[in-house]
Design a protein around this ligand. Sequence first.
Ligand SMILES: N[C@@H](CCC(=O)N[C@@H](CS)C(=O)NCC(=O)O)C(=O)O
Length: 241
Amino acid sequence: MSTADRIVIRHIEGRRSERVAWLLEELGIPYELDFIQGDILGSLLTLEQYHEMRMTPIVHIGDVVMVESSAILEYLLSKYGKGSGLRPAEDAPEFPAYLEFLHFAEGTALSKIIADATERRLRKVMTQAGVTPPETPKLPGDAGARTGAQRVMHYANNTLAKRPYFAGNNFTAADIMMHFALKLGAPIAAGADFNVREILSGKQDWLESFPNIRSFMARMAARPAFQRAMQSTMPAGPPLM
Ligand SMILES: N[C@@H](CCC(=O)N[C@@H](CS)C(=O)NCC(=O)O)C(=O)O
């Protein structure tokens, strides 16, 4: 497929902007990636000239400039993906689950995962400074016994026990959104230290307790469009930070 619009992704290696590249690879639409290879901070600092939020992805689609990966994916699909199957029809039974996971990935999953990681870092700093971190009160039930990241991972694992993809029997953009959240969520839910290179290398198995997520991640990794996107967005492999 080709488009009249020039699409430019302001990118940082190993970050959420890879979702946009992956979607465009699935659609067969050409795109340009703008980043400084091997320089995470340098890539980040260049973003501010394009958007005051200074976060990636920032995407230019013709004259349109957008942030927020799920909105970018929806916009690209509404423009170029009709009939691609990457977005179920609005009257299809898969549509509610598609919408839920398209937005759950950022709205709940990553916000809880990052909150867990931040809390862990804070507790470590407090302990190193000789301050005893306060006890977190536990509510009853499974949800009460789990951290936010663990709740996300259990919910995703249980969803994937019922169907192969987040929306149903077919791969959609909701899977692209969830993939990044699960990649970060796995080590955080397992209580591991946050180390970008280890997380992105996929060498460590953080998914022992989540076999359905593990098979989902393996199926995603086998997709040619995913492989092309990882090659273009991380040409030298996972970044160090
Ligand atoms: N909800 C946004 C999150 C974007 C975001 O936080 N991106 C990170 C990289 S993965 C970033 O650029 N962080 C730098 C910052 O916010 O200062 C999205 O899905 O696009």
